[in-house]
Design a protein around this ligand. Structure first.
Ligand SMILES: O=CC(=O)O
Length: 327
């Protein structure tokens, strides 16, 4: 606890988070801030905020369980000046509304880029080389009697399309260059200093590559951007890896294309309604499923705690935020 200060004298920070997720971070925050935790009260969220959070200047958001910071919540927080989210994606925040109200935003910035890129490459190798499918085959005791385990596809030399060449996409590209892959990308704008082939249209990108790796954020423009046409353009041997957000891909069409063999496979860390997953996916051997954990490593969690604390401390000392979110 800050020297000589009682919990009620510490700067107030409201936490919006599923309780279980925040618990692992709690001790580090509670010694510096008076954390207001709505789940400790029996009141419904909005009533809790109206009753106890009128003068709260800062909010920590640990996303999960489809939490949305929208006008209804913000209307209950007239003194709010800062939102610190522990994520790199900000699709759970109404960014335009926060800007309109003059509330600053801090986020995870570049902190997770390497971990997410590692995971994207891991999923790609898994799908192409049947790693998880092979594991199931061995564990189920099928190896001695069934010798027709399907042939894999090679990664080295593949033409890879990266959707969103931001911090994560760039890390993915760097790793895949090491495998001798040829990289092309789609982004809102062409990157002047990048030599990879640029496609302004994701459909054309898909038509010219063998695997698509989705690394962009979810916005109104990117929702369902990977639609049936894009999947068909990718082709029967094509693979989709998604480490961005589930809703960037039209999940119903993805499942249809996977079942009908219109694409070869998918590696998915994110889903349209995580943590709910369409049950059709469970029966597909050409899909690798991961529970939205690409950012979660022991190392990244240490960094994340420091970053979130650093942003809150900077705010309460009138210093510039460590990792402000810039659109
Ligand atoms: O998905 C995780 C994040 O956006 O940090």
């Amino acid at each position: 606890m800050a020297v000589g200060r009682q919990p009620n004298e510490l700067p107030q920070v409201l936490v919006l988070s599923p309780p279980a997720i925040f618990t692992s971070l709690e001790s580090q925050f509670s010694i510096r801030f008076h954390m207001l935790k709505p789940w400790d009260s029996k009141l419904p969220l909005l009533q809790f905020l109206t009753s106890y959070a009128q003068s709260v200047p800062a909010m920590l958001v640990v996303p999960g369980d489809r939490l949305l910071v929208n006008s209804a919540i913000l209307d209950c927080l007239p003194s709010l000046k800062l939102v610190v989210t522990t994520s790199a994606g900000v699709d759970h925040l109404d960014v335009a509304e926060l800007r309109r109200r003059g509330v600053a935003i801090a986020y995870a910035g570049n902190l997770f880029s390497q971990d997410v890129a590692d995971m994207a490459v891991g999923l790609l190798i898994d799908v192409l080389r049947n790693v998880s499918a092979g594991d199931r085959f061995v564990r189920l005791g099928l190896w001695p009697t069934q010798r027709d385990f399907p042939l894999a596809l090679k990664l080295s030399g593949k033409q890879i399309g990266i959707v969103g060449l931001g911090k994560i996409g760039t890390e993915v590209a760097k790793r895949l260059e090491g495998f001798g892959c040829r990289i092309s990308y789609n982004s809102r704008t062409k990157k002047p200093l990048v030599s990879y082939s640029y496609y302004s249209n994701v459909h054309e990108l898909a038509a010219n590559c063998e695997a698509l790796i989705i690394c962009c954020g979810l916005t109104a423009e990117t929702r369902h951007m990977i639609d049936r046409e894009v999947m068909v353009a990718l082709g029967k041997d094509g693979v989709i890896i998604n480490v961005g957000r589930g809703a960037i891909v039209d999940e119903t069409e993805l499942i249809r294309c996977l079942i009908q063999g219109e694409i070869r496979g998918a590696g998915l860390d994110v889903f349209e309604n995580d943590p709910e997953i369409p049950k059709e996916l469970f029966n597909l051997d050409n899909v690798v499923l991961s529970p939205h954990v690409a950012v979660l490593t022991t190392e990244s969690m240490v960094g994340l705690t420091q970053l979130a604390l650093g942003n809150l401390e900077a705010f309460f000392s009138n210093k510039p935020l460590v990792s402000p979110y810039v659109d």
